[in-house]
Design a protein around this ligand. Structure first.
Ligand code: GTP
Ligand code: MG
Length: 128
């Protein structure tokens, strides 16, 4: 693999004369980060991530607990790369599956740079 520091004008990729595999160089000021999409079950987290990324990556369904693991959707713009992490809904688990789902969501909270907390605006706030 050949690594070049010179940035070409074509999509910010570097190219070697021999056509070897090269490493893309981010332009100055380019930002990237992980965004955890967190919230209660069935509030539209996966729908939001699909919309933000512009393609259907995560399954969406009216049935709660559809998302079982952490799914990543990547949006790349000229100035930034946003890695969205869709997560299972956080709830009080009543069985082992629920415990695993909540655990997966909590892992995401600890591993992302910023949390995007999603709520269903049509539902009144719970007292606790
Ligand atoms: N009316 C309305 N329905 C929505 C909206 N966003 C999502 N939905 C619907 O709400 C349901 C749940 O959406 P999902 O995106 O699967 O929700 P989720 O939070 O990922 O659900 P879990 O993965 O089970 O926690 C689906 O039937 C969606 O079509 C919205 O903004 N408005
Ligand atoms: Mg989901």
């Amino acid at each position: 693999m050949k690594v070049e520091s010179k940035v070409s004008s074509i999509d910010n990729y570097t190219f070697s004369m021999a056509g070897e595999v090269t490493i893309p160089q981010a332009p100055p000021e380019f930002k990237s980060g992980f965004i955890g999409i967190i919230g209660r079950p069935n509030v539209g987290k996966s729908t939001l991530m699909n919309h933000l990324v512009g393609q259907k990556i995560a399954i969406t369904s009216p049935v709660a607990q559809t998302t079982r693991n952490r799914l990543r959707g990547i949006l790349t713009t000229e100035k930034a790369q946003l890695i969205f992490v869709d997560t299972p809904g956080i709830h009080k688990p009543h069985h082992q599956l629920g415990e695993v789902l909540v655990k997966n969501a909590k892992i995401a909270i600890e591993s992302v740079d910023v949390v995007l907390f999603v709520v269903d605006g049509t539902v009144a706030c719970a007292k606790r």
